[in-house]
Design a protein around this ligand. Structure first.
Ligand SMILES: C[S@@+](CC[C@H](N)C(=O)[O-])C[C@H]1O[C@@H](n2cnc3c(N)ncnc32)[C@H](O)[C@@H]1O
Length: 268
């Protein structure tokens, strides 16, 4: 993880900034502490920049699911598939750990995912495929149905001026009611692009109500130097926002941090 975060990530094409890397690293550490286990998944892996980071957090025997169209029509961009495969190999992930699924996510239902994931529920699910309004809405609902009780969804490009439909879809998702709504999901953190927060391009982290307070507390503790403020969003209070004037200053979850975390979480 440390090697990939420091240098590996820059060697894989894609868009993933160091601030997001540090917060995702914390999420993976927190999942180990909270006993949240299982496979990870991403819709829209491209050449694997974020996917490889998520894979650094896999524990013994856990699998990862990579979903992408790899060109339109699906599978037509053999170069992208080859590059993705090569990047997996560089990190020893060509041993059956990763299940590559060349498919348009809009053709999938929640029921399909259960079969595709071998009946296993996902603990960390990145939604970074088609950025259109209907596609993002669809993929958020897919992820909602696929994650476990302590699972996290990472929604990419919120507030990115290049993709206003992502913001629209995420906001509408949280404001909708009934079967179109978020069920027990809530936003737990916003990670803005490195540099001035006006640059947008944030990632939004989403968890189930049962685990939201614990994750928020853990992220605030481990990334306290980069925590800027807590604000409401889409009807939910107190969403911590992290952004990065300089290199992220993430605390390692060592024994002393673990003790502090335990005290905080026990009091929640
Ligand atoms: C912004 S890139 C993802 C970047 C990537 N997560 C990274 O770490 O570099 C978007 C990806 O979504 C894929 N994509 C677009 N529409 C899709 C769809 N309907 N289903 C699955 N993947 C899709 C594209 O092929 C592309 O690889």
């Amino acid at each position: 993880m440390a090697e990939y975060a420091a240098t590996g990530v820059k060697s894989v094409p894609g868009a993933l900034q160091s601030g997001s890397v540090s917060v995702i690293w914390s999420i993976l550490e927190l999942q180990d502490v909270f006993g949240v286990a299982g496979p990870i998944a991403e819709i829209g892996v491209f050449k694997g920049r974020l996917f490889l980071l998520l894979c650094q957090g896999l524990n013994e025997g856990e699998r990862a699911f990579a979903i992408d169209i790899f060109g339109q029509p699906p599978g037509s961009d053999q170069d992208m598939l080859t590059d993705f495969g090569k990047n997996l190999s560089r990190y020893g992930l060509d041993d059956g750990t990763v299940d590559i699924q060349t498919v348009d996510s809009s053709s999938l239902t929640g029921g399909d995912l259960t079969g595709r994931f071998g009946g296993q529920v996902i603990r960390l699910f990145s939604v970074d495929g088609d950025h259109g309004l209907e596609a993002v809405t669809h993929d958020l609902h897919l992820a909602r149905q696929a994650i476990c009780a302590g699972g996290i969804i990472i929604a990419d490009d919120l507030f990115n001026p290049w993709y206003p439909t992502v913001t629209e879809a995420v906001y509408d998702f949280f404001k909708a009611e009934g079967k179109d709504g978020p069920d027990d999901l809530e936003p737990i953190a916003l990670v803005a692009a490195n540099g001035p927060v006006e640059t947008g391009a944030a990632k939004l982290f989403i968890a189930r109500y049962s685990h939201a307070a614990k994750y928020k507390a853990g992220l605030k503790l481990l990334n306290q130097a980069d925590l800027k403020h807590c604000d409401p969003f889409a009807g939910f209070a107190d969403i911590p926002t992290f952004y990065f004037d300089g290199p992220p200053q993430k605390h390692v979850l060592d024994d002393s941090m673990g003790q502090i975390l335990e005290e905080i979480v026990t009091g929640l």
